[in-house]
Design a protein around this ligand. Structure first.
Ligand code: ADP
Length: 258
């Protein structure tokens, strides 16, 4: 552990210095613990799909199965392989973010145009599940951002909106401005998030309902990546949610002054 022992000299400057160094050491310890937790989560999370893959591959190879069972087991193997490669890709992104080797190539994005494309691209995924996606961006709003990263942010949030909503639900993307900011909200009418879970949803590997999350897919890294990408753009992200009613994710970016 990083621990510091400087003489406690009361209220003088040396005492203040000792206190500051101690606070810094606490931060370092915290970061180190966080990194260790992250590493053990990674090995745990990677092991789970591997266990499924190995187990079912073993059964398919050794047992005499009906065509139906065989197909079912192969589907599980495929699903878990996809999950595994998604997780590796997400971890790779996070590692780059952590090392600060993530380049943000900002361009001037016309959000009206950008969101129209998003709507066209993602609507089929909503329609397929009996849900609806709509985009509201009335005026021409420009944002200086990395277009592919912004798409990744919106994609992760829409992907969740689909996963955690049901037939008949609706998701809206609204874009607006205040004096100095551009505000993008992703509003869904899905199942919502319990209040006590809200502080944790941006943590790496955190999922509200572990067992149900498995059948829905996902890695528990989506929102952690969103948060990092938003911060890398100098923006902020907040969430409001009510169980059974829906969820709002709000992104606030500094506006472009021309
Ligand atoms: P996952 O891969 O599990 O979706 P995320 O990091 O994207 O991981 O999200 C973390 C958790 O937050 C999810 O498991 C889910 O429980 C909750 N969550 C995220 N977005 C929504 C949403 N739009 N509606 C309800 N719950 C959500």
């Amino acid at each position: 552990d990083f621990s510091v022992s400087l003489p406690k000299t009361g209220d003088d400057e040396l005492g203040d210095l000792a206190q500051s160094i101690q606070l810094l050491a606490n931060d370092l310890n915290y970061l180190r613990e966080e990194r260790n937790d992250f590493l053990s989560s990674i090995s745990h999370e990677l092991r789970t799909p591997l266990t499924y893959i190995k187990g079912y591959a073993d059964i398919v190879q050794k047992r005499d199965l009906s065509a139906e069972d065989r197909n079912q087991y192969l589907s599980i193997i495929l699903e878990e392989t996809i999950r595994l490669s998604e997780m590796v890709k997400n971890l790779f992104d996070l590692a780059k973010i952590d090392k600060n080797t993530f380049d943000i190539k900002k361009t001037h994005i016309d959000l009206q145009d950008f969101m129209k494309k998003i709507e066209t691209k993602f609507s089929p995924a909503f329609t397929e599940k009996g849900m609806k996606l709509s985009v509201g961006c009335r005026e021409t709003i420009r944002l200086s951002a990395d277009a592919s990263r912004l798409e990744q942010i919106i994609y992760n949030l829409l992907d969740n909106a689909i996963k955690y909503s049901s037939f008949g639900d609706k998701t809206t993307i609204s874009v607006s401005t205040s004096k100095k900011h551009v505000i993008i909200r992703i509003i869904d009418s899905g199942r919502g998030i319990p209040e006590k879970e809200l502080p944790f949803i941006f943590n790496r590997f955190y999922r509200v309902d572990k067992s149900r999350a498995r059948t829905l897919g996902g890695t528990g890294l989506g929102l952690a990546i969103v948060k990092e990408l938003v911060h890398a753009h100098g923006g902020t992200i907040s969430v409001w949610s009510r169980e059974g009613e829906g969820t709002v994710f709000e992104l606030v970016f500094k506006g472009e002054t021309e």
